[in-house]
Design a protein around this ligand. Sequence first.
Ligand code: ZN
Length: 80
Amino acid sequence: MLCAKTTFICPECGEPHIPELPHNLTPMYRGGFYKKNGRGPNWEDAAAHCHPDVRKEFLRILKEVKKEYRQKKEPAKSRP
Ligand SMILES: [Zn+2]
């Protein structure tokens, strides 16, 4: 599946991704979501259409990435 060169461009976020995976929080996606819901989307909204297992795994990874990002930010304090 991954080697197939189908350039699917998601009509909701305008990015190429497998339809079963979460949208990217692009300005296009944010705009469309805002029009429909009257508020900005978060990552949970971007993954709302995914299979529950995919969504769970995606949100778990997202949490890990956020944690790593925070840890990377902290050493910046020791700059001269
Ligand atoms: Zn998308």
